[in-house]
Design a protein around this ligand. Structure first.
Ligand SMILES: [Ca+2]
Ligand SMILES: [Ca+2]
Ligand SMILES: [Ca+2]
Length: 734
């Protein structure tokens, strides 16, 4: 009966099991080791970023009949004021030159530049360490002629913090490298905006400064400025308002050579005067005034001529990072220690409170926080070794109002357990008889609290079913509520669509047949029972995951095995006209888990691929070391595209969590083809670089991860399918 535990029962092969967690201990030695490349314990070289769309089979959204409205809403595009390219001049030199896009290094984050979101809008933030980071030779954009245009406008969208009086910061400069001479530049102080340029005549060269009073600039809000220059006329338009015109007696030079010069964004090539705000747009439009191309505009403070792709996603959600986090000032004074006085004398001085990790600026007579104390993950420490009734598969952490925090463990043997968080640890709370339970799912309907178990095996009488339990407010225990006939159930997913409650079961196989129906049940409020609502053909279904994007509801299934191969399509469905319909297919390898997560407005879907196996090709193609894949929703194409591949060792679960402002994924690596003793890995989101391995945790037959929080801190919990012990890890933050 041992092999009954395995997902695959092609028992003619000794290494028939394709799934690490359920392998027979005895069969292990016979497994091929040749495929084992070894997950580098130092975590080098385990990353590979993929941007191709291979393996994804996009389905036509239009075929699904949601062309109207659907595409509009899903695309999430905010209106910009950008004109159609057709109206642009055909003259190549007179096109807008996106200086910012030109300057962003290919691996932006590494260059000391960060993408930061403020008021829901992205901008670039420079670091003091890198005044050179955002620069490029002028010849790169002036390749046909090395004269700076005589007439031009500069469009800039920025958000700047309140500067101390007399402080000046550069928005951009063009510097003749050899002479270290400023050819032109834009600089601002708390109340003024200065346009600087080099004038030359036979008598010599001197710097000219045209100054606009712009008191609104340093109010911490986003603004879009257009500076239009034409001979002696200098015109500044802020947020599509009335232009401020200055007629200067020194005209902008007709022949300003930029040979050997370099553009610097946010600096004058030095640390002093470095821009401390956020810059979102910096465009040079040769030949004309850009104002009519931008204005009027609905959100004039964010009017767009050209924005680098990395900053393009406008989001509606204000984020919490509205304070500038790195106010690098070359001449700033920072006081350490306990709170110093803040009077006129200390005005514009900084105080760093080491105990709270806060940086404060003395403004008026008050210390104002400028560097928010920020939680950072310093990785984990073992908090509790949780001994369980038997080996544990799925775990589910949930809270019941007024009752507390619980974890339900799906135990392999006859009894599963629920633990309650008591005095900072999980303590045994209730045992429930289960039949090789695979997972638990907690959900609520109104005030009713439920817990559904997926039973993999029939009971003693040969009846096969899974059970929904309901929390009894009087007994303070879960009691059986409804039995549902299932077939080697792996997983339950609970969700709500349009106010109605659903439960989907992943039926893994019936006898030897993996190609069976999984069922979606709907709550009938009249009978107060779940009733079958839709069946979906699945192949060795392992996991369901529900999520929404805007008004759309999605359900994705992990298909693990079709009786011949683990290499098959897992399917994503979208709710349309009262049922789920196929939306997209993903090629997966023994898919065991889908994890959906959001980073800002971006939507990701990660699959845990557990095994590459094919009955016919098993000699060459039996590997547990396979790539798991993260897909990202492309809202324009309305399809998920491959974002990153991560090598995993029979991955069975992904768990997404965040600490402070950082996002993480942890993978349950269960088996490498040789041993269950493999490291599970924590990956950190690093923007351009995707997810990067940052921490390695020794695990044994790791099956499932759960992240949870209590008042005392953040924790991770993982189960082992190979030993009767789960572990609670505390996240160290500092
Ligand atoms: Ca699930
Ligand atoms: Ca998961
Ligand atoms: Ca999990």
């Amino acid at each position: 009966m041992g092999l009954q535990q395995t997902g695959v029962r092609q028992t003619d092969a000794p290494q028939a099991s394709w799934q690490g967690e359920e392998l027979q201990q005895g069969g292990r030695q016979e497994l091929v080791q040749a495929d084992w490349q070894g997950l580098d314990p130092q975590l080098t070289g385990v990353q590979r970023r993929v941007r191709q769309e291979a393996g994804v089979q996009p389905l036509d959204w239009q075929q699904l009949g949601v062309r109207q409205g659907g595409s509009q809403q899903l695309s999430g595009q905010s209106s910009t004021c950008q004109e159609e390219s057709g109206q642009e001049s055909q003259e190549p030199d007179l096109r807008p030159l996106d200086i910012l896009a030109e300057a962003i290094p290919p691996h932006g984050a590494a260059g000391g530049i960060r993408v930061t979101q403020a008021h829901g809008v992205r901008g670039l933030q420079l670091s003091a360490a890198a005044p050179h980071a955002l620069s490029f030779p002028a010849s790169r954009i002036f390749f046909r002629c090395d004269l700076f245009p005589e007439e031009f406008s500069i469009v800039i969208t920025l958000k700047v913090p309140n500067l101390p009086p007399k402080k000046n910061e550069y928005l951009f400069t063009v510097v003749a490298e050899e002479a270290d001479a400023l050819l032109l530049g834009l600089r601002y102080s708390p109340t003024r905006l200065h346009f600087l340029f080099l004038s030359q005549d036979p008598a010599g060269a001197w710097q000219t400064r045209v100054t606009f009073h712009s008191p609104a600039l340093t109010d911490g809000e986003w603004h879009t400025l257009v500076l239009a220059v034409s001979e002696g006329s200098f015109s500044l338009t802020t947020d599509c308002g009335l232009p401020l015109d200055i007629m200067a007696d020194v005209p902008f030079p007709a022949t300003l050579s930029v040979r050997g010069a370099r553009f610097f964004i946010g600096s004058r090539k030095r640390t002093k005067g470095l821009f401390t705000g956020l810059v979102r747009q910096l465009v040079l439009l040769p030949g004309s005034d850009a104002t009519p191309r931008l204005c009027p505009c609905r959100s004039a403070e964010l009017a767009v001529l050209s924005i680098p792709p990395v900053l393009q996603r406008l989001t509606g959600k204000p984020e919490d990072n509205e304070v500038l986090k790195y106010p690098y000032e070359t001449d700033m004074k920072v006081t350490l220690g306990s709170r110093p006085p803040c009077t006129k004398e200390e005005d514009a001085q900084f105080w760093f409170d080491a105990s709270r990790k806060g940086l404060f600026l003395c403004v008026g007579s008050e210390w104002v926080s400028v560097l928010a104390a920020r939680e950072k993950l310093d990785y984990v420490e073992e908090h509790q070794s949780l001994f369980t009734n038997s080996e544990t598969l799925g775990i589910e952490v949930f809270a019941i109002p007024e009752a507390g925090l619980f974890v339900a463990a799906a135990n392999r043997k006859t009894t599963s357990a629920i633990y309650k968080w008591t005095d900072g640890k999980f303590a045994s709370y209730q045992n429930i008889r289960t039949h090789q339970a695979q997972s638990w799912r907690h959900f609520t309907i109104g005030k009713k609290v439920f817990l559904a178990v997926a039973n993999f095996e029939p009971n003693e009488k040969g009846q096969e079913f899974s059970v929904i339990y309901k929390w009894s407010q009087t007994k303070l225990r879960f009691t059986p509520y409804q039995r549902v006939p299932t077939h080697s159930a792996r997983d339950w997913e609970a969700f709500e669509v349009a106010g109605e409650h659903f439960l989907a079961v992943a039926n893994h196989r019936e006898g030897d047949n993996h190609n069976i129906d999984s069922v979606i049940y709907k709550w009938n409020p009249r009978t107060r029972l779940f009733e079958a609502n839709q069946t979906i053909a699945t192949s060795g279904a392992y996991d369901w995951e529900f999520f929404t994007v805007g008004p759309y509801s999605f359900l994705v299934v992990a298909n693990a095995f079709n009786g011949r191969s683990t290499k098959l399509h897992s399917h994503l469905y979208v709710w349309l006209f009262g049922s789920f319909q196929l939306f997209q297919a993903f090629l997966t390898f023994g898919a065991a888990d889908w994890e959906v997560f959001h980073i800002g407005e971006r939507v990701f879907l990660a699959v845990a691929n557990s095994h590459s196996y094919d009955v016919e090709m098993q000699a060459h193609n039996d590997s547990y070391v396979v790539n798991s894949v993260i897909y990202e929703l492309n809202v324009t194409a309305q399809t998920f595209v491959k974002f990153q591949e991560i090598p995993t060792c029979s991955a069975l679960d992904w768990e997404f969590f965040s600490v402070g402002e950082d996002y993480f994924l942890v993978v349950a690596n269960s088996f490498d083809g040789n041993t269950f003793s493999v490291n599970s890995i924590i990956y950190r989101w690093q923007g351009y670089e995707g997810f990067v391995a940052v921490h390695s945790l020794p695990t044994f037959g790791c099956r499932d991860w759960e992240a949870f929080r209590t008042a005392a801190g953040s924790y991770l919990l993982y189960s082992s399918a190979k030993e009767p012990r789960s572990r609670v890890l505390k996240l160290r933050t500092g």
